[in-house]
Design a protein around this ligand. Structure first.
Ligand SMILES: O=C(O)c1cc(=O)[nH]c(=O)n1[C@@H]1O[C@H](COP(=O)(O)O)[C@@H](O)[C@H]1O
Length: 270
């Protein structure tokens, strides 16, 4: 999917919600366990219940890889089930030397046909640029992450500048606003305005609302740009909003609350 199509979808749906399919087989309602592929049965119901409210789905590959070959089959079924016109993210956080990075890019862009993959930039230019060489595909580079450990490296200063800022500016120079996005955690609301000042046009993938406590209001007020420019992810807060026969309806109600709030913020911004 290209940038303009994503922006149009955000405008049409009045939403920048990304639903995170971090589906843990031990957390899905027990009645689904009799299905041939219980995780897919769960994902299918969640997608059916939320597809009109969100503009992206993020599949965290760890939850699938941990199940071995069955997990990869579920991942494939799930990504193929996501309706065309909804942006797909393989949250795989890959990062390796050039020829290996190219294989990772092919895995997620070609074999599984995702629009994008999350990339850890620690190994530098030749670990990131292979993800930029595919038409209408996106590298989503870790910028300032939502977790406690972001203090260990990202929020250390190199000279007068935070390391995350140096990394984001350097990575941005390798790509364009058409093939690169950045992860900025919703728990980093104090910094998102500053990040927007030096990256005015990039899309940010913002995880950390819901279970991690980030404020949708704060990050929206500081992070939205004229094109939307945000994909705000909620995983557990949507997919595990309920845990019985009504789980899909509960997920829909949770997604609807986020979408309604986003509609309000978008109204002022784009
Ligand atoms: O790249 C990510 O998606 C990511 C980056 C980050 O800084 N923080 C973060 O939580 N994530 C992912 O976003 C999702 C958050 O899930 P919930 O906290 O359940 O909404 C998980 O899949 C995390 O792996």
């Amino acid at each position: 999917m290209n940038r303009q199509e994503l922006v149009n979808t955000i405008r049409e749906k009045k939403s920048y919600l990304c639903v995170g399919l971090d589906t843990d087989i031990s957390k899905i309602p027990k009645h689904l366990l009799s299905h041939a592929d219980p995780v897919f049965a769960f994902n299918k119901a969640i997608i059916d219940a939320t597809k009109d409210l969100c503009v992206a789905y993020k599949i965290n590959t760890a939850f699938y890889e941990s199940l071995g070959i069955r997990g990869w089959e579920t991942l494939q079924r799930t990504v193929e089930y996501i309706p065309k016109g909804i942006f797909t993210i393989a949250d795989a956080k890959r990062g390796d030397i050039g020829n290996t990075a190219t294989q990772y890019a092919k895995t997620f862009y070609e074999t599984y046909a995702f629009d994008s993959v999350t990339v850890a930039p620690y190994m530098g230019k030749d670990s990131v640029t292979p993800f930029l060489e595919f038409n209408q595909k996106w590298a989503i580079v870790l910028g300032l992450t939502s977790n406690e450990g972001s203090k260990d490296f990202q929020l250390q200063k190199v000279g007068n500048t935070y390391l995350y800022e140096k990394v984001m500016k350097t990575c941005a120079s390798w790509g364009t606003v058409e093939n690169m996005m950045f992860v900025v955690g919703a728990t980093q609301a104090d910094s998102i305005g500053h990040i927007r000042s030096f990256l005015p046009d990039h899309f940010f993938l913002v995880p950390g609302v819901g279970a991690q406590g980030g404020s949708l209001k704060d990050i929206s007020e500081k992070g939205l740009n004229k094109d939307g420019g945000l994909l705000v992810n909620a995983s557990r807060a949507v997919i595990y909003a309920g845990n019985d026969e009504n789980f899909a309806e509960d997920a829909r109600n949770s997604a609807m609350k986020y979408q309604a709030e986003m509609g309000m913020y978008l109204g002022n911004a784009i």
